[in-house]
Design a protein around this ligand. Structure first.
Ligand SMILES: Cc1ncc(COP(=O)(O)O)c(C=O)c1O
Length: 373
């Protein structure tokens, strides 16, 4: 059979697409280096794991895995609606919140229009935009020496990038990998200044970790901005990254529209059951927030002791400035049994992003870092 040029056949956006680079799995490092003790602080997962109630609920769902899941996600949508104070029709469930972000991209982006987002923003915005054949208009971020928000979203620069062909604006609050955040007043002013026909994705994947008094809850703005969709996830604070479940909240009209491109049965039955149970376990959420707070203090103190600069973060991760190309340090840390995340693909080649772990994991990382420096 003769070979065909499959790349040449691909849609233009796909031809040059660089896929998402996930954190290195523990198994892979074990196979490569034969290390026995490995600490993975690379994918902003919850080091406490999931709530025991969620694990039990997922296990309980396994007896029915020969059946398709509830496509409507009735119980999960009811539970979310009640907890968030919205109507079930305002919710779109996703296989992770990235699935919902993809649904927005596929609903509104195509060749000839553009999406606006910040430099150093979550990597999937660029990938989904490009996959749809749309143009990315990347706004420069705030400078690295900005006093409050180094490399954070610059809302003025973002507003400047919006033109008559802009269909979507992506905002991560807080942003990954910078951990920077936007206060209520500035973000609301930005939303008010946008044309009504621009859809805004406000990505709140890490919102539960944030305790800043000026940090906004995007859900409060939904009645005022019918062009707004807030996305959240069970992957982070709820520790369900492996089951893939997240959601978007918007006006019923916008939620209904993007649901047209939702893959059938996109949230599996174990994920739905676990997510309902996780929502009910507020004790686990509180414990996870507390572990994060203590761990952040531990990592920040460790960086200061090593004379390293870092970006002050309100998420469950910290991006540390190594003051030089971070790639060799990433490799050296692997050999010490520590997996962190290089962020050169985010335009931050000097930084390593470290997820807040358990106290002993943070200590293991800091020891290894000291050694490799
Ligand atoms: C800012 C941000 N948004 C969205 C996601 C997507 O998470 P998930 O698809 O697991 O919900 C992540 C994951 O790392 C993230 O950092």
């Amino acid at each position: 059979m003769s070979e065909i040029d499959v790349i040449g056949l691909a849609a233009p956006g796909i031809r040059k697409l660089h896929p998402y680079q996930p954190g290195k799995p523990i198994d892979e490092l074990q196979r490569e280096l034969g290390l026995s003790h490995i600490v993975k602080l690379a994918s902003n997962e919850n080091p406490l794991g999931a709530s025991g109630k969620a694990v039990e609920a997922a296990a309980g769902a396994l007896g029915d895995i020969h059946l398709y899941p509830d496509d409507d996600g009735y119980r999960l949508r009811q539970a979310l609606a009640q907890q968030l104070g919205v109507a079930p029709q305002q919710l779109v469930l996703g296989s992770g919140s990235s699935d919902v972000i993809d649904m927005v991209a596929r609903s509104f982006l195509r060749h000839g229009v553009n999406a606006v987002y910040s430099a150093h923003a979550f990597a999937m915005y660029a990938i989904y935009t490009q996959a749809c054949g749309a143009e990315s208009k990347v706004a420069p971020a705030l400078p690295a020496d900005h006093p409050d928000s180094p490399l954070g979203h610059d809302l003025t620069a973002m507003a400047d990038r919006v033109d008559e062909n802009t269909r979507v604006v992506f905002i991560a609050n807080p942003n990954n990998p910078t951990g920077t955040w936007l206060p209520r007043g500035a973000l609301k002013a930005f939303l008010s200044g946008l044309p009504e026909d621009v859809i805004v994705v406000l990505d709140e994947a890490y919102t539960e970790y944030v305790s800043e008094p000026e940090f906004p809850d995007g859900l409060r703005w939904l009645s005022e901005f019918p062009n707004l969709i807030v996305t959240r996830t069970f992957s982070k604070i709820h520790g369900l990254a492996g089951l893939r479940v997240g959601y978007g909240v918007a006006s019923a009209a916008l939620a209904g529209l993007i649901s047209r491109v939702r893959h059938p049965f996109n949230v599996n039955s174990a994920a739905q059951a676990a997510a309902v149970a996780a929502l009910g376990d507020t004790g686990h959420v509180a414990k996870s927030v507390e572990n994060n707070l203590q761990g952040m203090r531990q990592l920040v103190a460790g960086c200061e002791a090593l004379g390293l600069r870092y970006i002050p973060s309100v998420g469950n991760f910290l991006s540390i400035d190594m003051g030089r190309d971070a790639a060799p340090l990433f490799d050296a840390l692997l050999r010490e049994g520590v997996i962190v995340r290089p962020v050169a693909n985010y335009g931050m080649p000097q930084y390593l992003r470290v997820t807040i772990g358990l106290p002993e994991e943070n200590a293991f990382f800091l020891e290894a870092l000291k050694k490799v420096l």
